[in-house]
Design a binder for this molecule. Structure first.
Ligand code: ADP
Length: 440
């Protein structure tokens, strides 16, 4: 139950389990009209609330949160889909600021080697406030490519690549003159980021990965990693000779959809398991295992970097969409973390992924109070961090005689299993798909 704080409502003091037992239905609210609405409407026992009605579960957008969160009273059992200051991780400038601070802290407390584990984001400067630092760095590496990105926009909007300071001068001038004209509108903040010039290419095309991480609490940190995700490809062959062509350099679906070569039926995505299989066939399972465990490191370190900053309100959870770019040395780079990853489907396969992702998210959020709290897998989610790394002793039968593996996440776990001799036998594909969709 939720209501504006000024109504001075007091909760009825029942324990969480009791309170849920007595509730005949879960009242949900959302402003999003996509796969999410389909999932919520079909969930047994859930009823939609419109307008000002009271709700138990709200999948809200971040603008609602900004305006209303501080004025809303929430009962113990109520859940809402963002943390109050989610932007500490999901705005490009804050994310980098927090990562840089965390890196320094690690260096002080745990040494250089540990701190180096945070070196997964490209060199980044906040503009205009770090302009002079940026220029210093720019002059050290003449000729390399940089990318300018507005800190708070998405879908590739406002992004451009550059190699000459002059391009930035033009941007500064534009920013200044619009600032002069409209005093009340501040200069839009950007980040200038080193452009990854050697992306891993498949079929000559650039792609990035979208991976989902669900955080249920920051203190203690409790995070789940989704086994499925996808690679988003550009439609045009990669080249560094045309830095103005967004179809070459930006892999956002929103950008690629407008390309003349875009096939609405084919889309521009590969599911994560297809990508893994491709990489394993090219580079062998060990290389892929290392890549996915490096990605796990990105998820955990980035969450730890904001752990003490984010307000860990027990009503909040957040489903983050991580954007990861892989370079030709198979190093993963964190580009950004999205607070509102797109839940709109671009194909049937994408629809299935997103509806499963959302159903599983609701299973973990557990409004129905069905979980014991000891689960390590729920649907497609694996508990990745539970106030410390999570080991998975259970898993598919050990047919290799190598003993049970202990892995942080299923992304890695899958690959540990790819080493096994029964890979390629008739049953292994069906095992792989059941492992990818295993229900607990
Ligand atoms: P947005 O929030 O607008 O989606 P992103 O940071 O995700 O912004 O960037 C959009 C796209 O631009 C990415 O999907 C990727 O293809 C490309 N991109 C962004 N930053 C870099 C970078 N540093 N190096 C190479 N490509 C990048």
């Amino acid at each position: 139950m939720s209501r504006p704080k000024n109504q001075n409502y007091k909760g009825h003091g029942l324990s969480k389990g009791k309170e849920r037992e007595q509730r005949a239905s879960i009242r949900f609210k959302t402003t999003l009209m996509n796969t999410l609405m389909d999932v919520l409407r079909h969930r047994p026992g859930w009823v939609e609330v419109k307008d000002e009605g009271e709700w138990d579960f709200y999948w809200c957008d971040v603008s609602w949160l900004r305006e209303n969160f501080d004025h809303t009273y929430m009962d113990e059992h109520v859940r809402i889909s963002h943390f109050r200051n989610h932007y500490e991780l999901t705005r490009k400038n804050y994310m980098v600021k927090n990562l840089k601070r965390f890196r320094k802290q690690l260096e002080r407390e745990a040494g250089k080697l540990e701190a180096a584990k945070c070196d997964f984001f490209p060199k980044t400067f906040e503009m205009p406030c770090e302009y002079h630092l940026f220029v210093e760095e720019f002059r050290k590496n003449p000729g390399i490519t940089w990318i300018m990105k507005p800190v708070a926009r998405s879908q590739g909007k406002g992004i451009f690549l550059f190699r000459r300071l002059k391009d930035i001068m033009d941007w500064r001038k534009d920013a200044r003159s619009s600032d002069d004209q409209k005093d009340e509108i501040p200069v839009e903040n950007y980040v200038a980021q080193r452009y990854i010039e050697n992306p891993y290419l498949i079929g000559g095309r650039k792609f990035d990965l979208r991976v989902y991480v669900l955080v249920m609490s920051y203190i203690p940190l409790r995070a789940w990693l989704y086994r499925d995700g996808f690679a988003r490809f550009s439609n045009t062959r990669f080249t560094l000779s045309s830095i103005d062509d967004q179809y070459v350099h930006l892999t956002n679906v929103a950008v690629q959809k407008t390309s003349p070569d875009y096939h609405p039926k084919k889309g521009c995505k590969w599911m994560l398991q297809r990508f893994r299989q491709y990489l394993a066939s090219k580079h062998g399972p060990e290389a892929v295992e290392t890549l996915f465990s490096d990605m796990d490191n990105i998820f955990v370190k980035s969450l730890q970097s904001v752990q003490k900053v984010i307000i860990s309100d027990k009503h909040c959870f957040e489903l983050y969409g991580y954007d990861i770019l892989i370079d030709q040395t198979l190093k993963p780079w964190l580009l950004e973390v999205n607070a509102s990853p797109s839940l709109t489907a671009s194909s049937q396969e994408d629809y299935e992924l997103k509806t499963c992702l959302l159903e599983d998210t609701l299973h973990v959020v557990d409004m129905e109070a069905r979980l014991t709290g000891r689960e390590k897998r729920v649907g497609g989610f694996d508990l990745m961090w539970n106030d410390g790394p999570v080991s998975r002793e259970e898993g598919p039968p050990d047919l290799s005689g190598m003993g049970n593996f202990v892995a942080n996440t299923h992304l890695v776990g899958c690959f540990l299993n790819l080493k096994r001799p029964w890979i390629g036998t008739p049953g292994w594909l069906s095992w792989l798909s059941s492992c990818l969709r295993l229900r607990s």
